[in-house]
Design a protein around this ligand. Structure first.
Ligand SMILES: [Mg+2]
Length: 274
């Protein structure tokens, strides 16, 4: 696990790690040397903020798969909040979200209560999706196209709902089996039943479990998680994401600035580093 160091301590370690990594991986025969270096990347030192270490850059360039958060990362807005406003329950939903974030509500209960507050039906959800095409973050399409062109797998891991994320995945060319998110369940008459509690992201720590699942089932050596929130940082566990890249183009959260392995505010930065 690549733990983040304080910003102040970065410049010294960055200079040191750049020198040693360049010696190891950037000489003649870069391709074979790069392969050699992949097995050693678990034990590297850390970085944070706008200046990733060479090791973090190397994981970014050589990872087999990249997992993106959706709300305030791939898209500029928060899907569940937008849906709440659409059905006239914006304030109620925001209040429950706040209570959950302050630790007063278990994760699953917060999800159920927000769905109930919205009294969402299949029909309402379908008309919302029809009327609200995804609002993509600047540069995300180019980034995902480049990752795909390099043969990397791209996954979406979200606490939002599959029904709302499906058009996002389609437009980005991401197969539906690479979407890991919550599912709203309806009764036969189209009224709300609840949510599928077997989805990883319906539980606390679900993003870490989702990354562990894709890593073990697909046999990925290195997976990068990119997101704006604390739950994205949580994906960096043993067997989970090797590095977490914080994205602050939509929402800047100080915990993510401080604790991510690399914090960016533009996806172009990541395109240019591939
Ligand atoms: Mg998010």
């Amino acid at each position: 696990m690549l733990r983040a160091a304080s910003y102040e301590s970065l410049s010294g370690s960055l200079a040191k790690s750049e020198t040693s990594t360049r010696r190891n991986t950037r000489g003649k025969g870069g391709q074979s040397r790069r392969k050699e270096s992949r097995g050693k990347m678990r034990a590297v030192s850390s970085s944070s903020g706008a200046f990733p270490t060479e090791q973090v850059l190397e994981v970014w360039r050589t990872s087999d798969a990249v997992a993106f958060d959706v709300d305030s990362t791939v898209c500029i807005d928060e899907g569940i909040d937008e849906l709440g406003v659409y059905v006239g329950a914006g304030e109620k939903v925001a209040r429950i979200t706040k209570e959950a974030m302050e630790g007063g509500l278990p994760f699953g209960e917060a999800l159920q209560r927000r769905l109930e507050a919205m009294a969402i039906s299949r029909e309402l959800l379908e008309s919302y999706v029809k009327e609200h095409p995804p609002k993509f973050s600047p540069g995300i399409k180019e980034l995902i196209a480049k990752l795909h062109a390099q043969g990397k797998d791209v996954h979406l891991i979200s606490g939002g709902f599959r029904q709302m994320i499906a058009p996002v995945a389609t437009e980005l060319g991401i197969p539906s089996e690479n979407v890991h998110a919550n599912t709203i369940v309806f009764n036969e008459d189209g009224s709300l039943k609840g949510f599928d509690d077997k989805e990883f992201t319906s539980r606390a720590g679900g993003k870490a479990d989702a990354v562990k699942f894709i890593k073990s089932t697909k046999g990925y050596k290195h997976v990068v998680m990119i997101g704006d929130g604390a739950t994205d940082l949580e994906a960096r566990v043993s067997g989970g994401a090797d590095i977490v890249i914080g994205y602050g183009g939509a929402q800047r959260r100080e915990k993510v600035v401080a604790e991510s392995d690399w914090f960016v505010t533009e996806f172009d930065t990541l395109v240019n580093a591939l």
